[in-house]
Design a protein around this ligand. Structure first.
Ligand code: OOB
Length: 546
């Protein structure tokens, strides 16, 4: 990555090691499009609804869009906020930007004004790419408000119909036949920015370089044994690292396979596409995998072409992991990854018990990992500690975040993942919780993971989590959020914890019952939404009681 004060870089010696080992191939992501066209010319590269593009047609579209972007005035180093659903415009626009060294900032369609405005404030994009409407949300109206709050945005480019007035331009009108003057791109410079996957707070920007992201996608594709016969269904929002490059879209394209873009993640949309296109590979978060498992009990769509289902993003319950081969008829791979870099995979030839019980091991032999205690000292083999990492595709720091970087990275450049893990005898990692998932109740610390596990021992509670809620007296109080087969009261929970003889301060102060989880843009349990709901319900209860 370029040495700028805004984007921390790896020391020279480490970069050279990655180049010497051929992990960094010194190619820009944009230049890959013509390499792939030469290798796989008439293979189908991408499918969206009724449209299929071969590798040759994909290259033409990318070049035409690069030329259009260039005529609009976009140039190397510019930032562009892109917030599109899973469609061709997303893939073509991203590669057109990679070609020019323009840096896309990948926002999820589900994100709303407060996140987008904060990210624009941080990154000063010159353009904002949106759909006109998606799942009933009016992005044109949102873009108008964002533009008036963010003076750096000169253009709003729209996938679909757009208003005829500035700053709006439909993406379809942008393609130009004038040849693009492709600048030379430093492959170690930032190619794109991902958003940090936190389930609380405003996301941070994660600068990924051409070199590191290409390695990320290609090595993942090799590990998953993708090839020209692979058909990958992009189900999760494509702005997320997992469906984009682990191996996802970019990894599939790197091997000459076919990518089918799925407009929404539910089984109703995905199963018919699997049947129609004989999809072989896809990736889901646990909440969706559970939904697919349930749906398959009554849905008889033929999904027998599926070979591998990757599940990651949050802990996948062993019980469900064990059901995947039988119910969905394919192999399971657990993926424990992060937009900051490190990817762990169970391997295709791991025994079923490892696949069901662990979250895999690092992708690359140059990934360095250590599991440490609160003083940053290594824990004994098999003990739980925080996972720290650095390696050829893990960032050295967030974009423009010197204060956060001080705490999120160690002095020797390791990323503090905040994840509590242990390593089993075969070297696979098991994620045990998050270090930061701790509730500070009047100074007493409560481990979210501990209480979650205890709540799950109640016969009626199927799923449970614990969230911190701001409290005038305690600082933070704890709220148990549960999905249960029969009603469970706060009293019942206290009784259960009393039987388990745990400290009184760990008893939840509040309980809310749900029938499904509110999810973040990528499908993780949205703890911010739960905490908000807990606050609202608390106020209602106090009013009703007074
Ligand atoms: C993926 O990336 P992010 O950036 O949305 O979230 C990263 C965090 C991790 O630090 C960990 O806390 C959690 O999500 N996580 C898991 C997990 N995979 C991610 N926790 C338990 N088990 C797992 N399998 O979520 C991501 C990026 C690339 C590939 C896959 C997931």
């Amino acid at each position: 990555m370029k040495t700028t004060p805004d984007t921390p870089v790896r020391p020279r010696a480490e970069q050279e090691l990655y180049i010497e080992n051929n992990y960094w191939q010194q190619q820009s992501l944009g230049s890959l499009v013509s390499v792939w066209r030469t290798q796989f010319s008439n293979n189908v590269a991408l499918i969206e609804a009724g449209t299929a593009l071969t590798y040759a047609q994909f290259e033409q579209r990318v070049l035409a869009h690069s030329a259009g972007f260039q005529q609009l005035g976009l140039k190397t180093g510019d930032h562009v906020m892109i917030q599109l659903p899973n469609n061709l415009d997303f893939v073509i626009s991203c590669f057109a930007m990679f070609h020019l060294g323009v840096i896309p900032i990948l926002a999820m369609p589900a994100q709303r004004e407060s996140d987008i405005a904060a990210l624009c404030d941080l990154s000063n994009p010159v353009a904002y790419i949106v759909p006109n409407n998606y799942l009933g949300h009016d992005y044109i109206a949102m873009a108008e408000r964002i533009v008036s709050a963010c003076p750096s945005i000169e253009h709003v480019l729209v996938s679909g119909n757009a208003p005829a007035t500035a700053p709006f331009t439909p993406l379809s009108q942008l393609a130009s036949t004038t040849p693009v003057v492709a600048p030379s791109i430093d492959p170690s410079s930032t190619a794109l920015m991902l958003l940090s996957g936190g389930t609380t707070g405003t996301p941070k920007l994660i600068p990924r370089s051409h070199n590191d992201y290409h390695y990320n996608a290609k090595a993942s594709a090799e590990l998953c044994q993708l090839n020209q016969h692979t058909t990958y269904l992009a189900v999760l929002p494509v702005a997320h690292n997992f469906p984009l490059a682990c191996p996802g879209i970019i990894g599939t394209l790197s091997q000459g396979g076919k990518v089918v873009l799925c407009p929404a993640p539910g089984p109703d949309e995905a199963f018919p596409l699997i049947e129609q296109h004989k999809v072989t590979h896809t990736a889901l978060v646990p909440a969706l995998a559970k939904l697919w498992l349930e749906a398959k009990q009554w849905d008889d769509t033929d999904i027998s072409s599926l070979q591998l289902l990757q599940v990651g993003g949050a802990k996948f319950a062993t019980e469900q992991a064990l059901q995947v081969p039988e119910v969905l008829g394919c192999k399971l791979q657990q993926v424990f990854g992060m937009a900051e870099g490190l990817l762990c995979f169970t391997r295709l030839d791991d025994p079923q018990s490892e696949v069901a019980h662990t979250q895999g091991r690092p992708l690359c032999d140059l990934d360095q990992i250590r599991i440490v205690d609160e003083q940053d000292n290594p824990v004994a083999q098999g003990e739980v500690g925080e996972l720290q990492t650095k390696g050829p595709y893990t960032i050295a720091g967030y974009y423009k975040a010197p204060a956060q970087n001080q705490t999120a990275f160690t002095s020797d450049g390791f990323y503090r993942t905040g994840d509590l893990v242990r390593m089993n005898q075969s070297g696979n990692l098991i994620v045990e919780g998050r270090i930061k998932e701790q509730i500070n109740r009047a100074g007493e610390k409560i481990s979210v993971a501990e209480i979650e596990q205890r709540l799950l021992t109640h016969p009626y509670i199927d799923e449970a989590t614990l969230v911190p809620v701001p409290d005038a007296h305690l600082g933070e109080r704890s709220c148990a959020c549960i999905i249960s087969s029969q009603p469970v009261s706060l009293n019942d929970v206290h009784q259960l914890l009393k039987e388990q003889q745990i400290a009184r301060f760990k008893y939840p102060d509040q309980i809310i019952s749900l029938s499904f989880w509110p999810l973040t843009a990528v499908g993780k349990i949205n703890k911010t939404a739960l905490a908000k709901r807990a606050e609202e319900e608390y106020i209602e209860t106090s009013i009703n009681q007074s």
